[in-house]
Ligand binder design. Structure first.
Ligand SMILES: *[C@@H]1O[C@H](CO)[C@@H](O)[C@H](O)[C@H]1NC(C)=O
Ligand SMILES: *[C@@H]1O[C@H](CO)[C@@H](O)[C@H](O)[C@H]1NC(C)=O
Ligand SMILES: *[C@@H]1O[C@H](CO)[C@@H](O)[C@H](O)[C@H]1NC(C)=O
Length: 173
């Protein structure tokens, strides 16, 4: 459970320089289902890096979508670390459950996005100026290191259609 708390704080609030986004990559495996017109990091201020994404779904509406979240820590190469969980988004939104990881990711991304409603989704999804926060490390210290979070989306019928790779560093003295 403590790791769920950790993740819930991850995307909320301002970064103070200890936790920073280092790279962002969005890849579609099926360009007839989803494309990413924008997927990049932007400097928002001194030491503050924000993520910007435009996720364009080509087969609307979205009534069902399995999401998979996996976290990795870099040692020699990236190794799975803490999470590898999947959940169906629309059901999770309809029956919010604080004990499901998807709920935490959703509430974390929501303030930076236009996805603050339940299914169906009929529009492009935008994530704007999404920053990482380090306040959580006061509560659940994570080892200093290099991490990657992947978010995979299926096409509604169990084919993985895309992957978003979010790279970040934790540098606590
Ligand atoms: C994102 O940050 C930039 C630079 O600080 C700012 O100009 C822009 O208005 C912000 N956009 C949103 C949607 O908050
Ligand atoms: C995550 O779990 C899925 C299903 O259990 C498995 O297929 C996949 O290989 C796992 N990924 C990692 C990185 O361990
Ligand atoms: C979703 O965001 C829009 C625009 O920011 C806002 O007007 C609306 O009240 C929000 N809806 C919910 C359910 O939070």
């Amino acid at each position: 459970m403590k790791y769920l708390l950790w993740i819930s704080f991850l995307f909320i609030g301002e970064s103070h320089g200890y936790v920073r986004l280092t790279n962002l990559k969005c890849e579609s495996y099926d360009n007839t289902f989803v494309v990413f017109p924008e997927c990049r990091l932007k400097v928002l201020g001194r030491g503050i890096i924000g993520a910007n994404m435009h996720i364009k779904f080509l087969k609307l509406p979205i009534n069902r979508m399995v999401l998979r979240f996996t976290t990795y820590r870099k040692l020699t190469g990236y190794h799975p670390f803490l999470f590898n969980v999947s959940d169906e988004l629309c059901r999770a939104l309809k029956y919010p459950n604080r004990h499901r990881v998807v709920y935490y990711f959703y509430t974390a991304f929501m303030p930076f996005s236009n996805i603050n409603h339940t299914c169906p989704y009929n529009d492009d999804v935008y994530i704007r100026n999404c920053t990482l926060d380090d306040r959580m490390f006061a509560k659940v210290p994570l080892p200093k290191g290099i991490y990657k979070l992947t978010l995979e989306m299926d096409d509604g019928v169990m084919n993985w259609a895309s992957i978003i790779n979010i790279y970040f560093e934790i540098d606590i003295d």
